[in-house]
Design a protein around this ligand. Structure first.
Ligand code: DAH
Length: 339
């Protein structure tokens, strides 16, 4: 009989389960009223006196082992249930993490910064509320200069000297006032103009200004830089420079990139010409250098101004500039970017 008890002990020790009903069946089998242990207790009387001690110890061992096993398995089961109630079902698939999206203006701005930073341009910024000197006068647009009418300006009513900057060219002036050449900087930012709002124009939009000042900078450097930019930005390096006029550059040019006429949309965005205007540029006027205390006999440079909104609309086929400032998440959520 002792051997039989030992067999049961091994069985008890090996038993394991995380199923509530199985554990209960196990308990009943060993510890229940009609269980294995009760059978041994009933048999105790018929055990010869000399073997009673050993038999009693073995039965007690079995009883303790069975009881401990039941307790341990039940405890494990309960702590599992506790965990579930705090954390839910740990095996269920995770909730998706909603990822934000970058604004298309930021995407294009960051692309432009990335492209120019690779050829040594840093990023500079200036205030959106400007004074007349930085927005106009220092840029070779003295008072009563007719070219001031090119940009309808929001003035602060109580002070005609203070205005919302009409272009990021104001940052050129600020940067040159504070830094000595060589200068290679781009200045992204928001600008304001008192214009009627429509699908194609808004009273505020975004520009990136570029400025390069050093000894011996020529128009050829400007052209090469523009070609590099259009190749990196649009994958297109055929450009043309049309003579133009800006008070702060001489000579001045407007840059067109050859977009092609392969698709219907090419026809639409280039108005059937294949060419697309993307920015203004030129050699910085010596008067501007003088206004910023840079010796124009020693230094020369080029500048350019790119409209971010227009490029964002072009690249992402956004039909209406107002969509860029309406903050509709159904629109904004479509733009994912690494930059
Ligand atoms: N400031 C001009 C504008 O807002 C753009 C521009 C043209 C900037 C030529 C420049 C430049 O730096 O050289 O229309």
């Amino acid at each position: 009989m002792i051997d039989k008890i030992k067999e049961y002990i091994t069985e008890v020790e090996q038993f394991t389960s995380s199923d509530k009903e199985e554990i209960e069946a196990f308990r009943i089998r060993y510890l229940g009223k009609k269980g294995v242990l009760n059978d041994f207790f009933a048999a105790f009387k018929s055990v010869p006196n000399g073997e009673k001690k050993e038999f009693g110890q073995a039965v007690n061992h079995l009883k303790n082992a069975a009881q401990e096993k039941v307790n341990a398995l039940k405890e494990a089961l309960e702590s599992q249930a506790d965990q579930k109630s705090i954390y839910g079902d740990l095996t269920r698939p995770a909730e998706p993490i909603p990822l934000g999206a970058r604004h298309p203006i930021s995407i294009v701005k960051n692309q432009i910064i990335d492209i120019f930073s690779r050829i040594g341009f840093n990023v500079s910024e200036g205030p959106e509320i400007e004074d007349d000197w930085h927005n106009f006068t220092a840029l070779n647009l003295p008072e009563y200069h007719p070219a001031r009418d090119m940009q309808d300006t929001f003035f602060i009513q109580t002070d005609p000297d203070i205005l919302l900057r009409t272009h990021t060219s104001s940052v050129q002036v600020r940067y040159m006032e504070e830094h000595k050449p060589p200068i290679r900087t781009i200045s992204p930012g928001r600008v304001y103009r008192n214009e009627a709002i429509s699908a194609r124009s808004h009273c505020f939009f975004h520009q990136v200004e570029g400025l390069y000042i050093d000894k011996g900078v020529s128009f050829a450097d400007l052209k090469q830089t523009l070609q590099y930019f259009t190749k990196e930005m649009f994958g297109k390096s055929k450009i043309r420079l049309r003579p133009s006029y800006f008070p702060f550059t001489e000579p001045s040019a407007e840059v067109d990139v050859y977009w092609g006429l392969e698709t219907e949309s090419d026809y639409k965005i280039t108005k059937g010409t294949g060419w697309l205007e993307i920015m203004g540029c030129g050699m910085v006027d010596p008067n501007v250098l003088k206004n910023c205390n840079i010796d124009s006999t020693e230094y020369s440079g080029f500048a350019f101004g790119i409209g971010i909104d227009r490029i964002a609309m072009l690249l992402h086929q956004i039909p209406d500039i107002r969509m860029l400032s309406e903050n509709d998440v159904r629109f904004l959520g479509q733009f994912k970017s690494v930059l």
